[in-house]
Ligand binder design. Structure first.
Ligand code: NDP
Length: 284
């Protein structure tokens, strides 16, 4: 016969993970390319993480995505880690090659690519990020590596903001600074790109939006959100009302998904098929 009935396995380990839509987009990509890959969304608690990583090897999986709360916990399990992921200090994608585990972080690169797809580059720009968690960190580092001239972190806890600004200053050519988030926070003058890097507005809290002075947003700004559910957050709606160009979190999601697809399969991702599937999933 000589037929191969074995599928290449990829997926995601996370908790909570039930609402993670990455699988539908990756599976749409595999189907579009006729690849026998399966993406499985798996609930893995912190207690079970070690066993799950053993399972990854035991089942000869091709790779895995890591989401909350495993992006940092995975580091000691890896044989190699990409330079950017090392700076970010977190890994969201693992590729297995000849039994070795390679870690990468595609969140920030996905964000930079989503901007590019809308004709926006980070090069020479003043970038302001609300938040200093995992997503904000990946975006700050990748925007800086892509040539942003200034990165301003606005965060409620000083410790995280300071640490992220120091990381950007230490490892990139961009100048980074931070502000402690004040009520009705004013967005600094001269901001080119403003990003909500916090989960504020995420389903089911869709009536919430970051506490900023929306009158300090203007039509020269590009405004983006990491929150992708809903795609049009109150934050983006308010920014659009001020005349800003807005880019939803779905763009970042599909771009990082496309990067993962290529890492695992070695093939160019069928971006349109993946994006269309995501859009239909979110009924856009
Ligand atoms: P983290 O928990 O690592 O970081 C959350 C950040 O938001 C922290 O800086 C925290 O501040 C801040 N924050 C949280 N709640 C509030 C609040 N009420 N007021 C002010 N600041 C707040 O989360 P992640 O970075 O991993 O995830 C953030 C969001 O990004 C999630 O919604 C996630 O779904 C989304 N995401 C989207 C992706 C995409 O492809 N579109 C990819 C990855 C993530 P403090 O430091 O003070 O605690």
């Amino acid at each position: 016969m000589g037929k191969n009935y074995r599928a290449e396995l990829v997926g995601v380990f996370g908790d909570p993970v039930d609402g993670n839509p990455t699988g539908v987009m990756e599976e749409a990509g595999f189907a579009a390319k006729g690849l026998n890959y399966r993406y499985i969304t798996m609930k893995v608690t912190p207690d079970g993480f070690d066993d799950a990583m053993k399972g990854l090897r035991a089942m000869n999986m091709k790779g895995i995505n890591l989401t909350m709360p495993h992006k940092i916990k995975v580091l000691p399990y890896l044989d190699e880690i990409s330079p950017a992921a090392k700076i970010i200090g977190a890994v969201n994608t693992v590729n297995v090659e000849n039994g070795k585990l390679y870690g990468d972080n595609t969140d920030g690169r996905g964000f930079v690519q989503a901007l590019k797809n809308e004709g926006v580059t980070s090069s020479g720009k003043n970038v302001v990020i609300l938040g200093a968690g995992g997503a904000a960190k990946a975006i700050a580092v990748e925007c800086a590596l892509a040539g942003a001239s200034r990165i301003t972190i606005i965060n409620r806890s000083e410790e995280h903001a300071k640490e992220l600004a120091e990381t950007v200053n230490q490892y990139t050519d961009a100048k980074a600074e931070y502000l402690i988030w004040q009520p009705a926070q004013k967005i600094p003058q001269g901001t080119d790109i403003l990003i909500n890097g916090t989960p504020i507005g995420l389903h089911p809290n869709t009536e919430e939006r970051p506490d900023i002075d929306y009158d300090t947003i203007n039509q020269e700004m590009i405004v983006s959100d990491v929150v992708f559910n809903p795609a049009e957050t109150l934050f983006l709606k308010a920014a659009a009302e001020k005349g800003a160009k807005t880019i939803s979190g779905l763009g970042m999601l599909v771009c990082q998904g496309a990067l993962n697809f290529t890492i695992w399969t070695g093939e160019e991702a069928p971006y349109d098929a993946m994006y269309e599937k995501l859009k239909s999933e979110f009924e856009i």
